[in-house]
Design a binder for this molecule. Sequence first.
Ligand code: NAD
Ligand code: 4PL
Length: 244
Amino acid sequence: MAEKEQRVAIVTGAAQGIGAAIAEELAADGVKVVVTDINATGATAVAERIGGVAKALDVSDPDAVAAVVSEVVDELGRIDILVNNAALVPLTAWEDITFAEWRRVMSVNLDGIYLITHAVTEVMGRAGYGRIVNIASNTFVAGTPNCAHYVATKGASIGLVRGLAGELGKNGITINAVAPGIIASEGVLNGPHVNGFDYVVPMQAFDRRGLPQDVAPAVAFLASEKAGWITGQTLVVDAGHTRN
Ligand code: NAD
Ligand code: 4PL
């Protein structure tokens, strides 16, 4: 990577919550952030706040992913960082996980990661440099109930990190996962997972709810120049809720 040129990041699902905090943290580090989300209005608001670029993007749509990645290359010339953050965060008992519900979650949380990672690694491979961070979840460590499909996708995102690190390393690309515990994002605060704090906070080392801003610095570190000797790893960011 040439020195002093502004790095470019794509963050998916960055209109709110953890993704927005990651976009903000990367921008504070001097990175040009492409704020992508299926919610175009929300993405635009975040991009305006942080001096980034907004792109409407449903990560489960193959044509849309291809179009956005090629637009970013045309407009900004490079992609140094990809943060795979977009996900559905459901709370659904196993008996209610129909095949349609299973596929809905797989298509965003897993197919979405495949599609954009496959497109972006081609660009990064040509440059001989890249940083990829998958936002997993400590539900894969804790075995959190009533979201088995979600937990399966988060385990798979860690599996992809482990399975891909060796191949990507040949092209100067690192790929790691960050696994947060329960976080007071807009999605969690406005949904059924909000009840989880009563159970989880007492298991944490720190007696308060985790915030999106508690997760973002770990992501920014793994996306930085300084993390060049770290790949294939998972960093759990959950106030000590789980310990592995
Ligand atoms: P959130 O629901 O607040 O925000 C998710 C964002 O993703 C939204 O802006 C939404 O519009 C977007 N999105 C949904 N479907 C999309 C699609 N098909 N294409 C593009 N964007 C899409 O979620 P959050 O709590 O901030 O979670 C962000 C990430 O962190 C997810 O990967 C989630 O699994 C992970 N995570 C969250 C928690 C938590 O407790 N909040 C804990 C661990 C991991
Ligand atoms: C511990 O990833 O890690 C609720 C919702 N509780 O999405 C998560 C915990 C949730 C989590 C998660």
